[in-house]
Design a binder for this molecule. Structure first.
Ligand code: SF4
Length: 365
């Protein structure tokens, strides 16, 4: 355990000092932390990739008893390695590590590199393990961001985008980079690992009452611990262009006429989006004035005038309508193909018109 004075903790940014102090007083005692040689940190990171800490400890000790350094690992027979790994599963981890140990012996003079980029050239070492090894074993100030750190990042900063994107990882790295102390980057990364593993737990169960970061945490301030982090990818909505007609028409059958201006409505199909609701007639695509006139004439309307209306947009869960509108004065066809005519008042009282058309409904007299 490090013994730092209060003044020493205060030399860091406040969240860094608070977390390091908590770590110094509460950190988990783990064998690789007691002797953080590069090979030890590497082995622990490989074992921890898919396995819980409690299980890893005995495997880690047994492995080091038999293969105490990189040379021993490089020269080991695969059979011995598989035996040492038996029960941990995901055997590709040890096969890759074996291969990497040989690479280190052949290409790096038997010394594990300290540069995260060089580390990532070795078999089985990804960005997270590279950063963990570099920071913990060599003191390189680089954040090692995994799922735990992403969760803590989202909660402490109130990050409301999905954390399952490269953008989220970049944002988290940049956030943590600003908090990493030059003299203790490995301890800071390990403190964050411990915070995520023991206090800021997943599935809406963080122990905020014991958290050293509650005073710096946006989710704690706003009570959003349960809703953060956001894990869903933002769905990209399909944009559909539509043309909507507000047709003020004299109906061919005078019995269907109503007092006041009446506008054409039609019922949507019985299946699909907004099934069986009423809508203003329209069609797919953005029609020009000429195309709109032609379209209406093809339906039997005798168009007297056509005036462009402002555009409108409506967002459904998977689709977005980008609507262009026209106000039309026309003679209705004798066969009106499912159209009815209604005044604005009748629309409001008798017809179920979805909010997607609210804007155009509001334009009516
Ligand atoms: S205050 Fe709660 S939500 Fe915020 S970092 Fe701490 S444990 Fe996580």
């Amino acid at each position: 355990m490090r013994n730092m004075s209060r003044k020493e903790y205060e030399q860091y940014p406040a969240p860094t000092g608070a977390l390091l102090k908590w770590y110094d007083e509460n950190r988990r005692i783990l064998p690789w932390r007691e002797d953080p040689a590069p090979y030890h940190i590497w082995l622990s990171e490989v074992m921890l990739q898919q396995t819980r800490v409690d299980t890893v400890i005995s495997y880690y000790n047994r492995f080091l008893e038999q293969l105490p350094d990189i040379r021993a690992l490089a020269e080991a027979e695969e059979e011995q390695l598989l035996k040492l790994w038996q029960g941990l599963g995901y055997y590709s981890r040890i096969r890759n590590m074996h291969k990497a140990a040989r690479q280190v012996m052949e290409d790096c003079g038997g010394v594990l590199p300290s540069d995260p980029k060089e580390l990532q050239k070795l078999s089985g070492i990804g960005p997270y393990a590279a950063a963990a090894i570099a920071s913990i074993a060599y003191g390189v100030p680089v954040p090692s961001v995994d799922g735990n750190l992403l969760r803590v990042f989202a909660r402490t900063t109130g990050y409301r985008e999905s954390i399952r994107t490269p953008g989220a990882k970049k944002a988290a790295e940049s956030h943590y980079r600003n908090l990493l102390p030059e003299d203790r980057p490995g301890d800071m990364n390990q403190a964050l690992m411990d915070l995520g593993a023991t206090i800021c737990l997943p599935n809406g169960a963080p122990d905020c009452g014991r958290c050293p970061w509650s005073g710096f945490c946006e989710a704690f301030r706003t009570g959003e611990q349960e809703s953060l982090p956001v894990k869903e990818e933002k769905k990209t909505r399909k944009v559909q262009k539509r043309t909507v007609f507000l047709i003020e028409a004299a109906p061919a059958d005078p019995d269907t006429s109503s007092p006041g201006p009446a506008y054409a409505l039609r019922k949507r199909p019985a299946r699909g989006l907004l099934a069986n609701l009423w809508e203003f007639p329209g069609t797919d695509g953005h029609l020009t004035e000429d195309d709109a006139r032609q379209h209406l004439e093809s339906l039997g309307f005798e168009v007297h005038s056509l005036t462009g209306l402002p555009s409108a947009r409506h967002i459904f869960s998977h689709v977005e309508w980008d609507m262009r509108g026209y106000l039309v004065h026309a003679e209705a066809p004798a066969e009106s193909a499912g159209l009815v005519y209604a005044t604005k008042k009748e629309m409001e009282q008798l017809y179920s018109i979805p909010t997607a058309f609210r804007f155009y409904l509001s334009l009516l007299e």
